[in-house]
Design a protein around this ligand. Structure first.
Ligand code: TXA
Ligand code: MG
Length: 320
């Protein structure tokens, strides 16, 4: 067992065969390791081990009612963990490996640690596209539970330095694969007999999902389905003002397109580029000498829907 709350030395290793082997060794010994994916860095641990999964919750300070995503190498492995109807299978076939998480009924014989699903009868499964995460899954030979590699409620990490700032001295290893390509967490959609419910907007839009799944949209429901849905989440430590057209005194201003500021998410007004750069920009605003942060308007369409979802939560009053 890992030492509980005692600080550990956090190693940062550049990606490569040796780094993957060391990460797999730690994971099979029950420790959590930070690893890049195409969305954000994840904190990966053995999804079949109660004590390994407990280490994730402990390192993140994550509430235990908040279940984890299980990462697998392919759809065949996913089908041993959850029940896929034709609609879920169509979505997986279209977007896996990629930034889509499917919430499906949990198989009783899935073999997961109970804390992974936090007692729900559904499970969130994703097949990531990043070669590092794929290599790690293969080297471990088991599904990996991995939330974003940040302390609970704070901004998600899109590079190794963000992980180090948030979890340094709490985890033994960070694999450094440079900045992530997408920059926003995966789309989360729940599939059941009635249809498809969008639990978290992301790189894959609801419209595209419904078209491929050939299923109707159903409401996500009232219960907290994805605590990425908590009103305050992804939050910088400073007040954040949205839809700003100019900076007020003492604001760090994050621009977009022709609205320029201290930073610009995409001078050319490309929403995909803005998504990839969003969390790094919020981290820089947090680290700046100004006491508040403001962000220019982002068009509410396509990936812009997911960007605005994260910004609203980052700007919401803190709940805890
Ligand atoms: O892109 C991503 O999805 C990243 C990378 C590392 O894969 N992971 C990620 O994990 O964003 P996390 O834990 O930060 O967000 C996962 C979300 C949580 O809000 C959790 O509540 C939700 O997935 N979730 C997990 N299992 C669920 C379930 N059975 N039903 C509904 N929501 C679930
Ligand atoms: Mg997260």
């Amino acid at each position: 067992m890992a030492p509980q709350d005692e600080p550990v030395e956090t190693q940062v290793l550049p990606l490569g065969d040796e780094a993957i082997a060391e990460a797999a060794r730690l994971i099979l010994a029950g420790r959590p390791v930070a690893v890049p994916t195409e969305t954000v860095y994840g904190l990966a641990a053995d999804a079949t081990s109660d004590s390994a999964v407990a280490e994730i919750y402990r390192a993140k300070g994550r509430p235990s009612f908040n279940p984890l995503i299980v990462h697998v190498g392919d759809l065949d492995r996913a089908e041993t963990i959850g029940r896929f109807d034709p609609a879920a299978r169509a979505a997986a076939a279209r977007w896996w490996p990629g930034p889509l998480t499917l919430v499906v009924p949990l198989r009783p014989d899935a073999g997961l640690a109970a804390a992974v699903t936090a007692g729900l009868d559904t499970v969130a499964i994703r097949c990531p596209a990043h070669p590092a995460m794929q290599a790690l899954i293969r080297a471990c030979g088991r599904p990996l539970a991995a939330p974003s590699a940040n302390s609970s409620g704070s901004i998600s990490p899109t590079c190794a330095a963000h992980v180090f700032k948030s979890l340094g001295s709490r985890i033994p290893l960070i694999l450094d694969g440079g900045p992530t390509a997408r920059g926003l967490e995966s789309t989360i959609a729940r599939f059941n007999r009635e249809g498809v419910a969008l639990l978290r907007p992301g790189p894959i839009t609801l419209a595209d999902l419904l078209a491929v799944a050939k299923a109707p949209e159903i409401p996500a429901g009232d219960a907290i389905q994805a605590p990425g849905q908590l009103r305050s989440h992804y939050a910088p430590s400073k007040p954040l003002r949205l839809d700003a057209v100019a900076a007020e005194p003492d604001e760090w201003f994050i621009g977009f397109g022709t609205v320029s500021g201290d930073d610009n998410l995409s001078p050319g007004g490309d929403a995909g580029e803005a998504a990839a750069r969003l969390f790094a920009a919020l981290h820089r605003g947090d680290e700046s000498e100004r006491s508040r942060v403001a962000v220019a308007p982002i068009p509410d369409e396509g990936i812009g829907l997911a960007i605005n979802d994260r910004l609203r939560r980052a700007a919401a009053p803190r709940e805890t």
